[in-house]
Design a protein around this ligand. Structure first.
Ligand SMILES: Nc1nc2c(c(=O)[nH]1)N[C@H]1C(S)=C(S)[C@@H](COP(=O)(O)O)O[C@H]1N2
Ligand SMILES: [Mo]
Length: 191
C-alpha cells in the first residue's frame, strides 16, 4: 500500500499518518475519578492542586495541531480542547526553576524545560475531536505538547514538579533526547 502524501511539510524522517496509533509502555492505568488530582510540586511540597471538578471549572482552549511521534508517524490537524499550562502555572506565582518533570498515573515520567510548557505551547488536554479523551489516548487528562516529539505528551498526567536542574524521565533515561524537537530530529542522545 502506498502512503498518502502529506498536505504540507512534515519534520525530517517522518511519514504522514491519517489514523491515530496508540503507543504505551505497559498497560493503560485505571484512574479513579473520585480521587483524581493534578498537582504542581516543588521539592516534596505541593504548591497547587486541582480536583477533577476544579480543573473542569478552568477556562479551556480549542487547539488544532500536528503531532509527531519518534517512531516516525506524523498526524496533522488533530483537534483538542484543554487547559493551557500557563493557566495552571500562574496559580503558583513566580517560578524560578528552569525544568519540570511530568508524572503520570501508572508511573510514566518525562522531563521538559519550563520554557516548553509555558508561553502557549502546552495544554492539559481533556477532549479529542469533540469527545472526552479516551483512556487509551490518555484520558481523563494528558499533557499535549505538540512542538516536541509525542513521547513528551504524557498520558494520564497527575503532576508537574518544578526542578532547578534537568533530570531524565522514563524514555530519556534509556536513550531518548532530553528535549526532542522533531524539526531538529532530536530523537536520541547525541542527536
Ligand atoms: N503515561 C504515558 N504517557 C505516554 C506514553 C506512555 O507510555 N505512558 N507513551 C508516549 C509515547 S512514546 C507516545 S508516541 C504517545 C502516544 O500517544 P497516543 O497513544 O495517544 O497516540 O504517548 C506518550 N505518552
Ligand atoms: Mo512515541
Amino acid at each position: 500500500m502506498r502512503r498518502p502524501e502529506p498536505p504540507r511539510e512534515i519534520p525530517p524522517g517522518q511519514y504522514y499518518e491519517t489514523g491515530f496509533p496508540t503507543l504505551t509502555a505497559g498497560p493503560t492505568p485505571r484512574v479513579d475519578m473520585s480521587n483524581w488530582s493534578f498537582e504542581i510540586i516543588r521539592g516534596n511540597t505541593p504548591l497547587a492542586a486541582w480536583s477533577w471538578d476544579q480543573i473542569m471549572a478552568l477556562p479551556q482552549e480549542e487547539i488544532t495541531v500536528d503531532l509527531h511521534c519518534v517512531t516516525k508517524w506524523s498526524k496533522l490537524d488533530s483537534e483538542w480542547k484543554g487547559v493551557s499550562f500557563d493557566t495552571l502555572i500562574a496559580a503558583v506565582g513566580d517560578v524560578t526553576e528552569e525544568y519540570v518533570m511530568i508524572s503520570s498515573y501508572g508511573g510514566y515520567t518525562t522531563n521538559l524545560p519550563l520554557d516548553d510548557v509555558t508561553g502557549g505551547k502546552a495544554w492539559l488536554a481533556l477532549e479529542f475531536e469533540g469527545e472526552p479523551l479516551e483512556p487509551n489516548h490518555g484520558g481523563p487528562a494528558r499533557l499535549l505538547i505538540p512542538h516536541l516529539y509525542l513521547w513528551k505528551s504524557a498520558k494520564w498526567v497527575n503532576s508537574i514538579k518544578l526542578m532547578d536542574e534537568d533530570a531524565p524521565g522514563f524514555w530519556e533515561a534509556s536513550g531518548y533526547h532530553m528535549r526532542g524537537d522533531p524539526w531538529r530530529e532530536e530523537r536520541y542522545w547525541g542527536d
